[in-house]
Design a protein around this ligand. Structure first.
Ligand SMILES: *Cc1c(COP(=O)(O)O)cnc(C)c1O
Length: 386
């Protein structure tokens, strides 16, 4: 988004709502336009593209709006939308070469290591899963000259472990590698990894960015428009894992309320975590905002304004007790995913399968925007049945 020069710089919250420079000056519409066109006419003089636009697999004005907003939110040189979070990860990986090596966090959304194991390794990309909380282990896993990327998530699914993005960026850079951060859970409202030294930010925009559980989308944001970014841009154009313009438009609609939603959800999550931390039926509440949570000090350093809307509750009595709690919930809906306005409760062990490191007694909670008292009462009655 380009501010007119005579205007004072405005905060991101104001810019997300006002969409300065992106509204139609001819109609005075206060919401942005949608451009469903897959193709764009060339001019009749020298057959050149108008405004650099040719075909929607490459670019569409509706993507461009979402991408500019995302680049601003994360403080990046550029952003690209993808058909899903996994399509963004797949494109980031495929912009490298077989024989390259990546250090991947052992604490991540389970689909990420699954993708590395089931697709990237057979393709020829080498990778090691390492706990990014152990900086010496990360240093040891890096293969000088071969390691191209370190890829982490913080707070990370589903235990909400926190890693030190600035320290990891230094380690990666010292070895000539880049640091990529899955910022889906923290969101740019609480953490801006590029400001901390990361090179690439990845999002499942399906989650908080859209915020209404009605769009599947992904994004990559780059600190610099370097050779890797060119390769990623070219690969998206070649392979076409793009979003439809309607989804991109819905995503912008969702992003306009990002700050409002995420701040509310983080405050509610902190309150709920505090309510159940000492509960007799609860083994542990995992939430980076709790003072005694391992990693709280790092979270306090690199997150601002809150600790996110995700927490996990480990129920005394194992898998059966945890499943019983989920079954008794009436306000919390039993569904996968996160970051929407509705609160979700999920037994991740059931979803991820028997070879997952996720503990069987764990329930993952995505806090929505319902009345927080109703959420606490519902979870309390569900725990009472244990
Ligand atoms: C959901 C999710 C993904 C995958 O994104 P999709 O949009 O479902 O493809 C990646 N990382 C995190 C942290 C997620 O929550």
């Amino acid at each position: 988004m380009t501010d007119r020069e005579d205007r004072p710089a405005r905060s991101l919250e104001t810019r997300l709502v006002g969409l300065d420079g992106f509204l139609c000056p001819h109609t005075g519409a206060v919401v942005p336009q949608i451009h469903p066109s897959t193709t764009f006419a060339r001019n009749g003089v020298d057959y050149a593209q108008v405004g650099g636009r040719g075909y929607t697999r490459d670019e569409n004005p509706t993507y461009l709006l979402a991408e500019r907003l995302l680049a601003e939110l994360e403080g990046g040189a550029g952003a690209l939308l993808f058909a899903s979070g996994m399509a963004a990860i797949a494109t980031l990986v495929q912009a490298h070469r077989p024989g390259d090596h990546m250090v991947v966090s052992s604490h991540m959304y389970f689909g990420t290591p699954k993708y590395f194991k089931e697709w990237a390794r057979p393709w020829g990309l080498e990778s090691d899963l390492v706990d990014p909380g152990d900086l010496d282990a990360v240093r040891a896993a890096i293969r000088p000259g071969k390691t191209k990327l370190v890829f982490v998530e913080s707070p990370a699914n589903p235990l909400w472990t926190v890693c030190d993005i600035a320290a990891l960026a230094e380690i990666a850079h010292a070895a000539g590698a880049r640091l990529a951060v899955d910022n889906t859970v923290a969101t740019p409202v609480h953490t801006r990894p590029l400001d901390l030294g990361a090179d690439i930010v990845m999002h499942s925009a399906t989650k908080y960015l859209n915020g209404h559980s009605d769009v599947l989308a992904g994004a990559l944001v780059a600190r610099q428009a370097d050779a890797l970014w060119e390769e990623i841009t070219h690969l998206r154009y070649l392979a076409g894992p793009v979003l439809g313009p309607f989804e991109a438009w819905l995503l912008v609609r969702g992003m306009r309320t990002l700050f409002l939603r995420v701040r509310h959800q983080s405050a509610a999550a902190l309150y709920i975590a505090g309510c159940f931390a000492q509960h007799p039926k609860v083994e542990q509440v995992c939430y980076p905002g709790l003072g005694d949570f391992p990693g709280h000090a790092i979270a306090a350093k690199q997150m601002s304004g809150g600790y996110g809307g995700m927490l996990s509750v480990r129920v005394r009595g194992g898998a059966d007790a945890a499943l019983g709690v989920a079954k008794r919930c009436q306000v919390w809906q039993r569904a996968t995913s996160l970051g929407g306005v509705e609160s979700l409760i999920e037994h991740r062990y059931t979803i991820e399968g028997p070879d997952t490191p996720t503990p069987p007694d764990l329930l993952r909670l995505s806090v929505g925007i319902e009345d927080v008292g109703d959420l606490v009462t519902d979870l309390a009655q569900a725990l009472d049945g244990v």
